[in-house]
Design a protein around this ligand. Structure first.
Ligand SMILES: [Zn+2]
Length: 201
């Protein structure tokens, strides 16, 4: 029984996911306020889903560029987590080679994608990043919570997108999804595959 002097502290906000632990984190990219554990679990799920979409299982060599950033550390983490027990060889490189995973966050991939789109660089080809569905602040917090070392790096970002993002929290995710759809569509156009109505730009 709660006595009069043991009032529940309502000044603490609870995590919107588990609703039991105190919410300690929130990021501009995602309106949810989360506890450390729910944040780390959620971001790991998000990164796993992205990596799965690359269909890497048949490959024996996977390269990632290490620039010491949290994006590189998170890329290495998720690659080893998902492919570490397979025959896949995960190689850390320090110079860009073909088919290398680049340490780029959602701010950077969307900025680069928009620039290429506005330059009418067709077919659109987005930078290959295993962590493009996470922002740099999220990746840095993820690395901190997982005990992965990194050097903080301010991402190059599109100022216009950044301003819209402040008003509309889903901006980065929807821009990335749109650019990836455009990438698929423009590459199909170039290869002269017949387009279905749904795929037309
Ligand atoms: Zn939680």
């Amino acid at each position: 029984m709660i006595s009069a002097n043991q009032k529940i502290d309502h000044s603490k906000t609870l995590c919107t996911k588990c609703r039991t632990r105190e919410a300690t984190l929130s990021f501009s990219i995602d309106p949810k306020t989360l506890c450390n554990r729910c944040f780390a679990e959620g971001l790991e799920r998000r990164l796993r889903a992205r990596l799965r979409a690359f269909n890497l299982s048949a490959q024996t060599l996977i390269k990632y560029l290490d620039d010491k950033s949290a994006a590189a550390a998170a890329t290495a983490f998720i690659l080893h987590l998902m492919l570490g027990k397979t025959q896949t060889h995960i190689k850390r490189v320090t110079h860009v080679e073909p088919e290398t995973f680049l340490p780029l966050s959602i701010e950077e991939v969307t900025a680069e994608g928009l620039r290429a789109f506005l330059d009418q660089n067709v077919p659109l080809s987005l930078p290959r990043s295993a962590v493009a569905n996470a922002s740099m602040p999220e990746l840095e917090m993820f690395c901190t919570l997982k005990g992965l070392s990194y050097t903080p790096r301010h991402p190059h970002q599109n100022r216009f997108l950044e301003e819209i993002q402040l008003k509309y929290p889903q901006t980065y995710f929807s821009t990335l999804a749109s650019l990836e759809q455009l990438e698929r569509n423009t590459q199909k156009v170039k290869s002269r595959h017949p387009r279905s109505k749904k795929e037309q730009l």
